[in-house]
Each structure stands twice: as structure tokens, then as C-alpha cells.
Design a protein around this ligand. Sequence first.
Ligand code: PEP
Length: 252
Amino acid sequence: MSRKKIVAGNWKMNTDLSQSIDLINQLKIKTKQFSHIEKIIFPPFPFLKTASDSLANETNFFVGAQNCSQHIKGAFTGEVSAEMLNAVACKFVLVGHSERRNFFNETDEQLILKIQQAQKNKLTVIFCFGEKLEERKNNKHFETVKQQIEMVLKNFSATELATIYLAYEPVWAIGTGETATPQQAQEMHAYIRKIIAQLFSNAVAEKINILYGGSCNAQNAAELFSCADVDGGLIGGASLKTDDFCKIISSF
Ligand code: PEP
């Protein structure tokens, strides 16, 4: 089955306003020939409106937020609701990124609520998960990933899953320069599809988009993207450099 090809750039807490405008303007020009690839950028909150205005007329090029609140509205100082993201034309939101899980102690219960809020506000979720180094060393990576997926996704229907992409991001590979080998990525992605088939159906598993994330760059993207069950990448560091990000987009 042929699935979409997707490249997403997680800018994290990087760029200032002029750098983000510059990056977007360059990407608009340099990715014109890749309209068949779904491109998503995740700038910091204050730059989302500028980004979505700038990309409003682009083909297959969207803006997402790096996080959203689990709450609808109210006295939650510092939080940003899914409704607010929808109001500034965000189409995507990251949920469960390891930096949110590990530095901000986000729990499965919170992730479920965040996905519910995202779905109520028409945002496609990129649900992230992945094992830590210790877990891989102890051969617990499959078990960890299975649990992370099941604990959250068992609360959603097959119809709801249609607006969720998955991102396998081994924590030991994020920002470390150490990438999963194509064999490791393919093995895990195939396993993830098996879990989804068990939770939902073979048809749902075949259809769901699964991205790889973790030190994916201009040099290794082609090999990773050539794996049968890898539908694209969630890119951190390399998404901040126009030429590198474009090279990754051209790697399919
Ligand atoms: C990420 O933060 O999602 C990520 C994949 O980062 P990096 O590409 O820098 O490892």
C-alpha cells in the first residue's frame, strides 16, 4: 500500500522571529518541486501565526505546534489550548515528545487528554514515543514501545486514529548524533504496525503513517526513508538548516 511521504521539522525552542521568517521564506522557494511530499514545520508558539499566514497558499506545507494543553480553557497560566492553535491555522500538534515526557513529566493520562483536545479542534496529532538507552541495552525496547502505544491509543477508535500519525523516536538518538540504523528503524516500525493491527485491524495498521525521529539528517535520511515501514521523518536539529532540511525532503 502506498502511504503519504512526510517530513516534519521540530524547531524546539530555537530561532527568533526574523530567523523563523527567513527559514520559512527559503523553504517556500526551495521546496516548490517537492509538492508531493507533506511538509510540516513546528515553530515556537509566538511564531505560529506568522508561519501559518506565510504558508497559507502553499501546497502540502503545514504548520504545527510543539505542544497543547490538556485543558479546554481557564486558569492555567502559561498553557496554550488546542482551540487557540486551530484559531491560528495550525493543522498539527506534537503529543508525547520525549522532551515533554522527561523534562515536564507528562503522563499517559495527560497525553490522552491532549489528543482528545487536539481532535476536538481539528488538529492532526503526531504521537511520539520511543525507548531510552537503558531500555534498549536491556532489550526492553519492544516492550517499552508496546506499552507507550497501548496505554494511550487503546482509548481511541479506528476512526479517531485516522487523524493520528505516529513518530518512533528512540530517546538515545534524539539530539545525540547517534541514529538508529535502517535495520533498527525498520524492525521497530514493522513491530509498531503489528501492535496497531492487534489494537485495531490490519487495514488500519497498513494505513497509519509512522515517522522516524532521532538524529535523522541530510546524510542518513535516504537510507532510513527507503525502509518499507518508514513513512518519513520527524527532524529536530537538521530542520533548522534550510539546505539540510531540503536535502532530507528530497531523500525519498
Ligand atoms: C526531535 O526532537 O524530535 C528530534 C528528532 O531531534 P533531532 O533530529 O535533533 O535528534
